[in-house]
Write a protein of this length. Structure first.
Length: 108
C-alpha cells in the first residue's frame, strides 16, 4: 500500500477557477483540469517570479517535487491554450494557508 500523498501548502484560493476561450460556447469546448497545487506552483514561479527553491519552501515540498508539479501544470496550460480548451482549477492534494498543518488543513 503506497503512503498517502503529502498535502501541499497553498496560500489562498484563486479568485477565478474557470477560464475559456472568448466567443466559444462552453458546451462546444473540451476542457482540462489544473489541480490547485499546480496552479499555486505556476503562480509562484511564473507569476510572482520566485525561484523554485523559494516556491518549494512556501509550498512545503522538496524542490524536485515542486519541479514535477510545475512541469505538469505548464503542460496542462499549454495543451489547453494550444487546443482552444477550457481550464478548470479544481482538486488536488493541498491545504490552505501558510501555517496550516498537514493533518488539520482544508485540502480535499
Amino acid at each position: 500500500m503506497p503512503r498517502p500523498k503529502r498535502k501541499r501548502c497553498v496560500q489562498a484560493m484563486p479568485t477565478a477557477v474557470f477560464f475559456k476561450p472568448r466567443g466559444v460556447p462552453l458546451r462546444e469546448l473540451k476542457g482540462v483540469v489544473l489541480p490547485l497545487e499546480g496552479f499555486e506552483a505556476f503562480r509562484l514561479v511564473d507569476g510572482e517570479g520566485l525561484s523554485r527553491e523559494e516556491a518549494a519552501v512556501l509550498m512545503d515540498v522538496s524542490r524536485p517535487t515542486l519541479c514535477r508539479i510545475l512541469m505538469e501544470a505548464r503542460r496542462t496550460v499549454a495543451r489547453a491554450l494550444a487546443g482552444g480548451m477550457a481550464i478548470r482549477i479544481d482538486g488536488g492534494s493541498y491545504r490552505l494557508g501558510k501555517d496550516a498543518r498537514p493533518d488539520t488543513g482544508n485540502g480535499r
